[in-house]
Design a protein around this ligand. Sequence first.
Ligand code: NAG
Ligand code: NAG
Ligand code: NAG
Ligand code: NAG
Length: 479
Amino acid sequence: MAVTKNLLLVRIFSLLFTAVLSLSSPYSFDTLDVPSSIQKTLDVLSFTTHQSEAATSSSSSSSSSPSLPLHPRDSLFQPQHKDYRSLTLSRLARDSARVDSLNLRLQLALDNVNNSGQTVVQPEVLSSPVVPGTGEGSGQYYTRVGIGSPVKKFYMVIDTGSDVNWLQCKPCSSCYPQSDPIFNPSKSTSYSPLSCNTSTCRSLDSHGCRKGTCQFKVSYADESRAVGEFATETVSFGRSGKVNNVAIGCGRDNKGLFFGAAGLFGLGRGSLSLPAQIKATSFSYCLVNHDSRSWSTLDFNSSMGANSVRGPLIKNKNPILDTLYYVGMSGMSVGGKPVSIPTSVFQIDDSGRGGIIVDTGTTISRLPASAYKSLRDAFAKHTKDLPSATGPSPLDTCYNLTSFKSVKFPTVSFDFSNGKSVSLPLTNYLLPVDSEGTFCFAFAPMKGILSIIGDVQMQGARLSFDLKNSVIGFERNSC
Ligand SMILES: *[C@@H]1O[C@H](CO)[C@@H](O)[C@H](O)[C@H]1NC(C)=O
Ligand SMILES: *[C@@H]1O[C@H](CO)[C@@H](O)[C@H](O)[C@H]1NC(C)=O
Ligand SMILES: *[C@@H]1O[C@H](CO)[C@@H](O)[C@H](O)[C@H]1NC(C)=O
Ligand SMILES: *[C@@H]1O[C@H](CO)[C@@H](O)[C@H](O)[C@H]1NC(C)=O
């Protein structure tokens, strides 16, 4: 009898306790420290960019897996901005241009498949989604890498959305400005042009032949391009070794602004990408905040961190889209509760439409309009009491937090199709857009054929791509 009574008391007690808990904490949230966030936006304007060798040398790890430094663009080549708002506006303009042209490119490609009744690749539209459309240049993250023999070092944009590697070469009929001297293949003993009849040449979406030598062309919706000879060259990873015979385009007629970079490394899933060319079975990167002056690494053949939240990597069966890294997701949660988004949004249909990719070239994550609206409304429901503010397009959910010290916001998480879930830190979905206390929800709607997980949502986590087992890992706090 006494035992039963005790049990009953325990039950009543725990029920009460649960009730109190759920009253004080109806949803999961994160707290924004407003003054310290604003201070950071002021600090970033006084940064001077740095390109010292000390900061750009290879990772100090002595492991034999190749590792490269990874810098946010603005820590290297940030143009002067009068205030944080103007810096934000230039980033968002660049981002919108990238997303629009990525979408246009995919749309045209898919239309092409439909019209002909079979998969006909339209190379002009396909070759690369990096679009320097705003006069400020494309590419959010840069690596520093050695190319040729003897080794010369170059800043290269990294892009998970394309495959073909290329850099500007001498003699150049047209080159945009870059920060390092232009690569001169005639001074490199390891440079070897590819002949037209090689399978490597034939794997290019757009290839030509001149005097028996393979010609590559990557072009962009806004008429930017890189055209030249396709070759193999040695790529050096500093202390972690080098790899010979990596296919790389030697661009001699290049148009567009890649803002200081000598060229681009494609990290896509195709056979010409850097990971494929160095036979990496996995790679990983950690993106530091755009405002950070610190740097992280791009690692190849490294094992996935033990604390990684793992989700499936999915391939688009449409060969036109097989470069992209699609993540198997089932939905998203706000404040710990699933948002009602049709699961079809995250699924790839028979024509290749739908699904969600990770893209290092996109800043703000994009969702189809109706899915975005559900996510935003779920978020806004918890923040009704905060004064709203007008933000820069495409951000439409902003707050004036000038007179606040600390503010609670609901958590946001990505829910993978295998049941695992990765919860984002607040800085990955609430962006300061000026130094006056305006903060915006960092997702946006998109009229397109897919959804995108952008940089802001990936920052601070190490993303690992296990190519062999088709698994993606998110490991928080590991830059
Ligand atoms: C392509 O074909 C599919 C299947 O017939 C159809 O559902 C889709 O609307 C077509 N898309 C375009 C852009 O023509
Ligand atoms: C490519 O062409 C070269 C010379 O034109 C020839 O020696 C070689 O065997 C050819 N390779 C293939 C794979 O056809
Ligand atoms: C990566 O690992 C694979 C499998 O062990 C190996 O074949 C490849 O050469 C490695 N690549 C590099 C660059 O270390
Ligand atoms: C933000 O709120 C403060 C008062 O808390 C006000 O003085 C300021 O004008 C507001 N800013 C904007 C952009 O509305």
